[in-house]
Ligand binder design. Structure first.
Ligand code: CP
Length: 321
């Protein structure tokens, strides 16, 4: 694997899941791969899970790791070409990315969308320029439109915990929030679940209020409904997440009551397990009774971020040999 920005970079999704679970059993078995190799993690936005799990994954593989909090410690970056840099920006991404590529064998990048101009965000301009100029393999730590390390950890969690005979019914359920959040996590989750559905692993449904429909490029083959109650019927896994409107880009629209998941709503499910990428706002996005109860998988899921990152880094390191 020479870059990891979406499920489309994965040749064999079942092998990647197998690698993640094998590394969970045997975390230090591949240390030879990372010897004398350096991972640089570049953050333009905050992080807890992605930062720590990816660092730990790299250390488990024998790599050296450097972290650059670009938003706080780096020079203000210019991303546009052909501009006279007589304003606030100090360094062009052409030089900044190229220099970081001189120090690192693999670079990870986190860059959230601005949620102002849909085309600009969905073109992934910043991410693509970084990839173009750094000249080393790039690992997405979450881009404007996708969060593939999270989605892989989510699929690992479903595969690991599902003990039923038939395929599990997996539901992505929109949830309320007070802030406008990106569509990256739900886009990416939908994209990975659609691929898993295509491979016969799961059945996938999305429940979203009117106005919050995701970009259809990310949801091929998904069952889509505007009724949360319908979606929850016989669900085995519920992936709770807020996102802002794609149609009225980046806006928080009004929405009907009753979209926060609680124990009452779980009654119509197949005793569903509940997932969330975290961070989560308790009793706004998801009820405390679920988070603190036996159906929650959120901590287990966050733990699997480590094995997802390690499986991806392992395949990227194998690509460097
Ligand atoms: N889920 C996730 O990516 O968490 P962080 O933003 O804390 O990295």
């Amino acid at each position: 694997m020479n870059q990891f920005t979406s499920v489309h970079d994965v040749q064999d999704i079942r092998q990647l899941l197998k690698d993640a679970l094998a590394l969970k059993e045997n975390p230090y078995s591949q240390q030879h791969l990372g010897k004398n190799k350096t991972l640089g993690l570049v953050f333009l936005n905050p992080s807890l899970r992605t930062r720590l799990s990816t660092q730990k994954a790299a250390l488990n593989l024998g790599m050296n790791v450097m972290v650059m909090n670009m938003d706080k410690e780096g020079w203000a970056l210019e991303t546009q070409d052909g501009v006279v840099m007589n304003g606030a920006t100090v360094e062009h991404i052409r030089e900044a990315a190229a220099v970081m590529g001189q120090y690192c064998d693999i670079l990870g990048l986190r860059s959230f969308p601005k949620l102002v101009n849909r085309d600009e965000d969905y073109n992934e301009d910043f991410f693509n320029k970084f990839i173009k100029y750094c000249n080393v393999p790039v690992l997405s730590l979450e881009s404007a439109t996708r969060h593939p390390l999270q989605s892989l950890a989510d699929l690992v969690t479903i595969k690991e915990t599902w003990k039923g005979k038939d395929k599990p019914k997996v539901v992505l359920a929109w949830a309320p929030h007070i802030k406008a959040l990106p569509q990256a996590v739900p886009n990416s989750f939908a994209e990975w679940m659609c691929k898993a559905q295509e491979d016969g692993m799961i059945d996938f449904t999305i429940a979203q209020p009117r106005g919050y429909e995701l970009n259809e490029d990310f949801t091929p083959g998904a069952h889509i409904t505007h009724s949360l109650d319908d979606a929850l019927k016989a669900a085995d896994y519920i992936y709770v997440k807020n996102w802002s409107s794609y149609k009225e880009y980046g806006k928080v629209l009004t929405y009907p009551e009753g979209w926060m998941l609680n124990n009452e709503k779980l009654k119509g499910t197949n005793d569903a397990k509940v997932m969330h990428c975290l961070p989560v706002r308790r009793d706004l996005e998801l009820s405390s009774e679920i988070l603190d109860g036996p159906n929650s998988l959120v901590i287990h899921e966050a733990g699997n971020r480590l094995w997802a990152a390690q499986a991806v880094l392992k395949q990227m390191l194998e690509g460097l040999i």
